[in-house]
Design a protein around this ligand. Sequence first.
Ligand code: SF4
Ligand code: SF4
Length: 186
Amino acid sequence: MKQDLKEVNLKPFLKEAGACIGKAEISAEAAKRKVEQVYFKKELRQYSSEQVDVWVAELRTHYEKVIDCTVCGNCCSKLEPGVEDHEIEKLAEALSEDPISFRRNRVDFDGRALFLKTKPCLFLKDCKCTVYEIRPAACAGFPHLDQPHFKYKQSVWENYQICPIVFEVVEGLKQALDFKMPGSEE
Ligand code: SF4
Ligand code: SF4
């Protein structure tokens, strides 16, 4: 690594990071960096997956402190979270519905897994999860930056355009590695 992470000024790039009003901003900023992402992934090839995971963990700890999920909820608006059979019962209870009709009306199966099919999520209200304590494990684990082999995890990279934490972690990593697009000026 060209710089110690601690020496890098880890300022959030997104002006509205973590806020509902920042949703348009993250899509626009991610779209601008589409080609850059391809080059950055190539740049990461020279570092071991274990080393990249250590940096990602450090950046994640930093950004999770400055980005407030409770005023964002972008993942809850844009994605359809996976849900397990045992979670359906509790979620149905929260709506005073019986689990069978809940599953019939609100859950779908994509051939591999069950997921909540309403988008934005039916439990999202004013950017907050109304069933936070019993939210599915798939929601609790989002944006999955704690999973090993970050640099190979396509599903996590896709969250760059949705989740301000992922966006800032990737941009922080670029800063820390002093990444420059080939041919760009100093
Ligand atoms: S259950 Fe809660 S955390 Fe999960 S998508 Fe819905 S609102 Fe978001
Ligand atoms: S995990 Fe990411 S997208 Fe979801 S609420 Fe938190 S900051 Fe927003």
